[in-house]
Every structure is written in structure tokens, then in C-alpha cells.
Design a protein around this ligand. Structure first.
Ligand code: 5RP
Length: 225
């Protein structure tokens, strides 16, 4: 029986195979944040010299990449990336996701938006029928914390301030439990439109293009229809 750590490693290794397919001296890879993304980063070291570099979705990932000697580029200097590789907190059959368990969803969404394909790496336990058991992380400008929390409560959620956490952008995170997510794309748009919200952790516009889900029987690959 493979441990969760071994499953995460399996998913990261599967994404590294895709890097092997696209690698080249001009190629830049988008890199996510989290424990699964960390394993992907560690494996990227073997591509040093075969890639132009990476764009990181957090200071944490940037530091890990730099420590391995992998070039980290400023997104403003990058026009195209073939893939963005990242984990998820939840994923459904349409490859919509909840992300932001690490509080990095804003930069994750930005970097992913410049990449051709979003490759989600996770163990199969992240696959759910309906999103929402994982509290939805919402990045909020500090002065709007209470106002946004009231609006999220009016939507049926139970927002809780993530204690002692400040995002890379200097904002706070509200983790919203109890949301009944019937229409994830509509809810993503609605929450992102609340004044003071920077980015909510729903990723549906679009979601992932490919999910590499590690199972006890090997990798299960889901592709967005
Ligand atoms: C960070 C994220 C991560 O991708 C998500 O939390 C999954 O993390 P892990 O790979 O540690 O389970 O969205 O903001």
C-alpha cells in the first residue's frame, strides 16, 4: 500500500514526464505551490540546462527552485509557457478545482493563465463528486476583511480568518466552510466580484486541462472535455 507521500511523488513524476516531452532551451515551465508541487520542483532539477527556466507561483516555490539552481523568471518577461504544473485541494470530474490551501491562489491563477495547459497533480483522494468539503480560500485586501466576511456569510458560508497568515501579496485569507457549491463557475465569478476580494480559490475559468491522479494502481489521467 503506497503512502500519501508516495502517491504525491507518483503524480509529480508523471508531470515530469510531460516536462520531458516539451523541454527545450527556450522552454519555460510554470510551477505551482504546495507539497506535491515541491516534489515536482525537486524532480525538475534533472532538467537543469534543458529548460530556459521557470515562473513560480509563490515566494516559497521560487526559493525552492533557486536553491536547486533552477532559473526563476519574472512573469513580466515571459509570453508563453507550454505547461503550468500544480496541485489542488479538490478536483471534480469537470477538472474544476479548489486551490489555495497554501494561500497562493492569486499568483497560481495568474501564472496558469499564461500557460497553454494546466497540469494538475494530486493523489486520487482529491477527486470529489462536488467541490466544497474543503473550505474555500478567499484572498482579501485587509481593510475589506469584515465586509467580505459578511457577504460570504450571506452566501451561506462560514468564513474564518486564516490565523497569522499573510499572502505573498500582503493580503489575508478567509477560509469559507459550508458553501453549497452547485454552480462553481457562477460562484467563482460572484465571489471574485465582491469589492475587496483579490481571488477566490475556485479554478473553473478554465480549470485544469489534464489531471494526473495517483492511485494505488498507478496514474489515472483525466483530460478536460
Ligand atoms: C496552494 C495550493 C496547492 O496546490 C494545494 O493546497 C494542494 O497542496 P498539496 O499539494 O500540499 O496537497 O493551491 O495554494
Amino acid at each position: 500500500m503506497l503512502s500519501q507521500q508516495e502517491l504525491k511523488q507518483q503524480a509529480a513524476t508523471a508531470a515530469l514526464e510531460i516536462v520531458g516531452e516539451v523541454a527545450g532551451p527556450d522552454v519555460i515551465i510554470g510551477v505551482g505551490t504546495g507539497s506535491t508541487a515541491d516534489l515536482f520542483i525537486d524532480g525538475l532539477a534533472r532538467f537543469k540546462g534543458r529548460l530556459r527556466g521557470t515562473v513560480a507561483s509563490s515566494e516559497r516555490s521560487a526559493a525552492r527552485l533557486a536553491a536547486l539552481g533552477i532559473p526563476v523568471l519574472d512573469l513580466n518577461d515571459v509570453e508563453y509557457m507550454p505547461i503550468y504544473v500544480d496541485g489542488a485541494d479538490e478536483l471534480d470530474g469537470r477538472l474544476h478545482m479548489i486551490k489555495g490551501g497554501g494561500g497562493a491562489q492569486t499568483r497560481e491563477k495568474i501564472v496558469a493563465s499564461v500557460a497553454d495547459r494546466f497540469v494538475c497533480i494530486a493523489d486520487e483522494s482529491k477527486l470529489v463528486e462536488r467541490l466544497g468539503a474543503f473550505p474555500l480560500p478567499v484572498e482579501v485586501i485587509p481593510m475589506a476583511r469584515a465586509a467580505v466576511a459578511r457577504k460570504l456569510a450571506a452566501l451561506g458560508g462560514r468564513p474564518a480568518l486564516r490565523d497569522g497568515f499573510i499572502t505573498d501579496n500582503g493580503n489575508v485569507i478567509l477560509d469559507v466552510a459550508g458553501l453549497d457549491i452547485v454552480d462553481a463557475p457562477a460562484l467563482e465569478l460572484h465571489i471574485n466580484n465582491l469589492p475587496g476580494v483579490v481571488t477566490c480559490g475556485l479554478f473553473t475559468q478554465p480549470g485544469a486541462d489534464i489531471a494526473l491522479l495517483a492511485t494505488q494502481q498507478g496514474i489515472r489521467r483525466l483530460v478536460r472535455q
